[in-house]
Design a protein around this ligand. Structure first.
Ligand code: TRP
Length: 444
């Protein structure tokens, strides 16, 4: 294992990298479809609760484990708890990363496909947008082609060491994406008939509540924040010693949730306003479907002047947001292979890419398989990982070590009650809540 590991150069680079990992298709594609599926506002409330009570503390925990060990996800547990079985938590995380990439890359492929549909002008002539999306879903070869391209693109950035380049460009492009989302949100809300969509999004109603509501919202929170599999352990291992973990975690979570809610404000008002049958749209939304983003948004662009310019810009920026997420996922698995086995970075990347492509091909051919990977990772593996990480930092790690990480060896002034609350959240609140939600979700 190489002793000298890279660290991120600038502070803004760190927030950008962590935020780049968090903000991705999870916010803009998965969040709206989960919110629809979960019945709207109620889902969002539970989701925000999950972010506050265990999302942020868990992100901080992963940073702690990463920087205290300066190792890959599995190596980190190995180093901090030598001779114990904790290393399995890290290994579970690596496996989770692999499973996530197995379906995530397919959605990245759809995004690229829509980018080229906009760029070429093909999207312009479309009148039946759900038909247009279903044509893509019915064409495995087209999906597989884009998925492989996206996987190779990710591998290229992992290998070439121009990750700096992508961080630099993400720093510029992400604010542009944010601005674009704002414009689209305003346009969507101004559509006639949008009020119902806003109601669905912000007015809690028990009508569509499901027994799995809590598990679904928790899974989405983990997925969106990139926590529960050691992604933030790996990024934390690159952090400099003067990074304020709490502040970073709060900033990243805030930004991440804001983007998700904005995506909701774009999609639901337009879905309600542009539907042909407003009577059944709520039920249709609750029936969900991964297509929401790829059906409703092109419809919204169609309502705007220069529709193809907006569409091209949007799907281009979305691809970049997705890329900074897939880079973080692939980095976890690659660094693990590279540091734990005698494999070069190049060989590790190649191996991971081949594995991801195999899973991606199966996901493209089989929607049930795609769903199994999605559900297994977000609703089982990430919560399980988060549960063990909270136990590890709350109970196993020496409290002084945790405090030292949180206060940067005492140089940050953190009040005593803050540290106490933090430990209570990790020792009791997070693990008990995660376990309870998990069991309730599985039996409910
Ligand atoms: N959070 C990213 C998104 O919302 C996806 C992602 C990247 C992720 N790294 C992760 C999810 C690690 C879980 C764990 O799109």
């Amino acid at each position: 294992m190489s002793e000298k590991r890279v660290t991120f150069a600038s502070k803004i680079g760190i927030v950008a990298a962590a935020a780049g990992s968090a903000v991705g298709l999870g916010n803009i594609w998965r969040f709206p479809s989960q919110t629809a599926d979960g019945g709207g506002a109620i889902f969002i409330l539970v989701y925000i609760g999950c972010i506050l009570f265990f999302g942020i503390p868990l992100m901080v925990s992963e940073f702690v484990v990463g920087r205290a060990s300066r190792a890959n996800t599995a190596g980190a547990f190995h180093k901090l708890a030598p001779g114990t079985q904790w290393k399995w938590v890290g290994r579970l995380g690596v496996l989770t990363g692999f499973v996530i990439m197995g379906f995530y890359m397919v959605v990245c492929g759809w995004t690229l496909d829509y980018f080229f549909q906009s760029l070429s002008g093909n999207l312009h002539g479309v009148t039946d947008f759900s038909g247009n999306f279903n044509t893509l879903l019915g064409n495995p070869l087209r999906q597989i082609g884009w998925m492989i391209l996206f996987t190779l693109l990710t591998a290229f950035f992992i290998l070439s060491g121009v990750k700096k380049g992508i961080e630099q460009s993400a720093k510029i492009l992400m604010p542009v994406l944010f601005l674009l989302l704002m414009i689209l949100a305003i346009r969507s809300v101004l559509l006639e008939g949008s009020a119902q969509g806003l109601n669905f999004l912000f007015k809690p109603s028990m009508e569509h509540v499901k027994p799995t509501l809590f598990l679904d919202a928790m899974g989405q929170a983990f997925f969106s924040l990139s926590i529960g599999m050691g992604c933030m352990i790996t990024y934390g291992s690159y952090f400099n010693n003067d990074i304020n973990f709490t502040k970073t975690a709060i900033q990243v979570s805030l930004l991440d949730s804001l983007v998700a809610i904005l995506a909701g404000i774009i999609i639901f008002p337009s879905a309600f306003a542009l539907t042909a049958n407003p009577g059944t749209i709520a039920n249709e939304l609750v029936a969900g479907g991964p297509g929401l983003l790829f059906i409703t948004l092109p419809e919204l662009f169609n309502q705007m002047p220069l529709s193809m310019v907006w569409a091209t810009l949007f799907f281009c920026l979305l691809s970049v947001a997705a890329l900074t997420s897939t880079i973080s996922l692939m980095e976890v698995v690659t660094v693990y292979l590279h540091e734990e086995y005698p494999l070069s970075r190049r060989k590790s990347t190649l191996l991971v890419s081949i594995g991801v492509i195999i899973l991606g091909v199966i996901s493209s051919l089989s929607a049930p398989f795609f769903n199994i990977l999605d559900v297994a990772s977000a609703k089982f593996m990430l919560p399980l990982g988060g549960f063990f990480i909270s136990l590890f930092v709350g109970w196993y790690l020496d409290k002084q070590l945790v405090y030292a990480q949180l206060t940067n060896e005492g140089t940050l002034k953190q009040s005593v009650w803050f540290l106490k609350i933090y430990i209570i959240l990790l020792r009791y609140v997070a693990p008990i809540a995660i376990l309870a939600i998990f069991i309730y979700g599985l039996t409910g």
